[in-house]
Ligand binder design. Structure first.
Ligand code: BGC
Length: 269
């Protein structure tokens, strides 16, 4: 994989880019030459810190607050992006969260929150981006595609996850959402791809890596024997958004150190 695919002159929106995987993706797209919108829901200071890191490295970025599960806020975010950059070339649907509990104890509120942000948020953002991709079409010297949508999924798109039923359902939903719009939008030269990260060292799973005991337990699930970093996912996202991946659409690339290889079967079964 070429670590520096060119995204020169392309406008990219990354949702939930104030921390974790979203931040790693935003940094990687910026270093490949894209100009960024750093979306965040609540943490203004963290979003500004991401913007500052990008601009300090010679890139271009600005932060926009929006809860991706609210249609009016999503539309306003795209309006701000178009006012500044004129268009969108790359959307990374990254914003997501976990609200974990045993299934029998799961509240409707926690179910709805996770589905709304993780899944409905991807619908709302993708729809707005698609309208612009179709309106504008391909710009030959920028990209072979009219637009690229990257849907951040998870290994839990395919690995069932007790105690996290709302989250796993949202990721399973993202899989069919991504494939269905990829099928519908390919004739418009719009590519839609998923990324299925495994355990990446971010705030969302801190309790799984922040003590040596927790990390040892986590590593039993990862044949490659290391936890992932946001930059791993960032490099993949930059490559998927570039013309180097121009023939990829409608599939999820798992980046998980082998977590989806059923490691429990290595010496069992
Ligand atoms: C979850 C993390 C978890 C990882 C592997 C991710 O989608 O957000 O909490 O560590 O999957 O299980």
């Amino acid at each position: 994989m070429n670590p520096s695919p060119s995204l020169k002159g392309q406008a990219a929106l990354v949702t939930g880019a104030d921390s974790g995987i979203g931040k790693g993706v935003a940094m990687a797209l910026a270093s490949a030459g894209a100009k960024l919108v750093i979306n965040y829901a609540h943490n203004h200071d963290a979003a500004e810190a991401t913007v500052n890191e990008i601009t300090a490295a010679g890139g271009e970025a600005f932060a926009v607050q929006a809860d991706v599960s609210h249609e009016d806020q999503v539309k306003e975010m795209f309006a701000q992006m178009f006012a500044k950059y004129g268009t969108i070339d790359i959307l990374v649907n990254n914003a997501g969260l976990q609200k974990d509990s045993k299934f029998v104890d799961m509240t409707l509120e926690d179910w709805n929150t996770v589905i709304s942000i993780n899944l409905t948020g991807q619908f709302l953002c993708s729809r707005e981006a698609t309208k612009e991709f179709i309106r504008r079409g391909v710009i030959e010297d920028r990209s072979s595609a009219a637009g690229k949508i990257i849907c951040m999924s998870s290994v839990h798109e395919v690995i069932p996850w007790g105690g996290h039923v709302n989250y796993a359902a949202s990721k399973g939903g993202i899989s069919m959402f991504m494939k269905s719009i990829a099928q519908e939008l390919a004739p418009h030269k719009i590519r839609v791809v998923g990324i299925g990260p495994g355990a990446i060292q971010t705030p969302i799973n801190k309790s799984a890596w922040d003590t040596p005991e927790a990390l040892d337990k986590l590593l039993t699930l990862i044949p490659y024997n290391r936890i992932g970093k946001p930059d791993d996912i960032g490099k993949l996202a930059a490559w998927l958004a570039s013309d180097q991946a121009d023939y990829i659409t409608g599939t999820t690339i798992f980046m998980d150190g082998g977590m989806t290889l059923y490691p429990g079967f290595a010496d069992n079964g």
